[in-house]
Design a binder for this molecule. Structure first.
Ligand code: GLA
Length: 389
């Protein structure tokens, strides 16, 4: 979507568009690399976090959902033994899959992460097509790796359990691409259920579903145009501070911190307070969802943004302005930055009648902004049940 154009995508439940993206990926593969063996495809959705940001890497509680914007990957064996990938006009070609930070290497990362499962993955040619935007806090990186994993499983007629799939995706992201992420993105994309919110306990890997009960309420997302970088030093620093806070307090996971953040050295207290209050907010969000209480849920989103701004220090002036613009729209329940922060996107919870108005208010903050109305979509456990389970 373009900057100021009218007609935001506010269509009702529109998944799956997967088949369309997969066909496009096959066509791109053939256009880039010529004819060849039949390709297999995989599609993975992006995600939004409702609440529970910057706690997943220390065992936190997260409410999140896969959304109906996704990435499709087509793969086929390369006849000359070279590894090739193409995405958004970029092309990567290697004699061996390599560790680097190009989107092509993310695709190869999927094949490398499958090595422990002894699937005899041949050299691959791969192509990506997506309606999920890249690097805007909606988890395109995890989605690309997971879509490539699903496509490669289909190509090799192999099957993984959901837990093995999450592990392979995390290995790909952390060890091969080199991003020190938590487990939120991968688990949201694998375990989400349609029309529900996934409650993820990152201490145990356990999941529950909470209802997304009403078609009277919409989730909207707007990108800020500010590049977000999970691999960067700032994300790493937030993760290290949270790990230090847990270690000093001697807690095995961050959900146990509670009021004890006050015992931390003063420099770590804001981090500890964010974790403690975010944990409380996620618990409260589950109750609000169960009660269909969107006013309370909206206030929780606002409070989460404030905590991410003031205590976690991952917001930007533009993200603050976009959240404030959304909140000023009558019918908006609440708004917050989504994902790691340092740029990226803002989500808002809004009465369906106010959707377009709210999106316009958010995207009017910056010429570089785009917006969507998104819906909770099924994760790979459901949509790729032929190879996952
Ligand atoms: C990124 C990471 C996740 C999580 C969020 C912040 O999306 O990949 O693991 O840490 O940031 O909640």
């Amino acid at each position: 979507m373009n900057t100021k154009s009218p007609g935001f995508r506010s269509v009702a439940w529109r998944y799956p568009a997967a088949g369309v993206l997969e066909d496009l990926a096959i066509r791109t593969l053939e256009a880039e690399f010529g004819g060849g063996p039949r390709a297999a495809t995989g599609t993975a959705p992006g995600r939004v976090t409702l609440v529970g940001e910057h706690v997943d890497y220390v065992g936190g509680l997260v409410a999140c959902m896969a959304i109906d914007l996704s990435v499709a990957v087509a793969v086929r064996p390369a006849q000359d033994g070279w590894w090739r990938a193409t995405s958004a006009g970029r092309r990567v070609e290697r004699s061996q899959p390599a560790m680097a930070c190009d989107v092509g290497d993310r695709l190869f990362a999927a094949a490398l992460a499958l090595q422990p499962y002894d699937l005899r993955v041949p050299a691959l040619e791969m192509a990506v097509e997506a309606d999920l935007p890249e690097s805007v806090g909606l988890s395109s990186s995890a989605a690309v790796i997971l879509a490539a994993l699903v496509a490669t499983l289909r190509l090799t007629s192999a099957r993984l359990t959901p837990e093995q799939l999450v592990t392979a995706a995390l290995v790909g992201e952390r060890e091969i691409v080199g991003v020190p992420c938590g487990q939120l993105d991968q688990r949201a994309i694998v375990h989400s259920r349609a029309r529900s919110v996934l409650i993820l306990n990152c201490a145990t890997g356990g999941t529950q579903s909470a209802p997304w009960p009403s078609s009277d309420v919409n989730m909207v997302v707007a990108t800020s145009g500010e590049h977000h970088d999970v691999g960067g030093a700032e994300y790493r620093a937030r993760r290290e501070a949270a790990e230090r806070a847990c270690a000093i307090l001697g807690v095995s996971n961050c959900q146990e911190i509670g009021g004890r953040w006050r015992e931390l050295p003063s420099a770590l207290q804001p981090c500890g307070r964010h974790i403690a209050t975010e944990t409380r907010r996620t618990g409260a969000a589950v109750s609000a969802l169960e009660a269909g209480d969107f006013r309370s849920l909206g206030r929780i989103l606002d409070a989460s943004h404030e905590s991410l701004r003031a205590d976690c220090e991952v917001s930007t002036a533009r993200l603050n302005a976009m959240s404030a613009a959304a909140r000023a729209v009558p019918g908006c329940y609440g708004a917050r930055l989504v994902g790691a922060g340092f740029g990226g996107s803002v989500i808002a919870l809004v009465e369906s009648g106010a959707t377009e108005h709210c999106l316009r208010a958010m995207t009017d903050v910056s010429r570089e902004s785009s917006g969507w109305s998104v819906h909770p979509a099924p994760g790979l456990e459901v949509s790729a049940a032929d190879v996952i389970g």
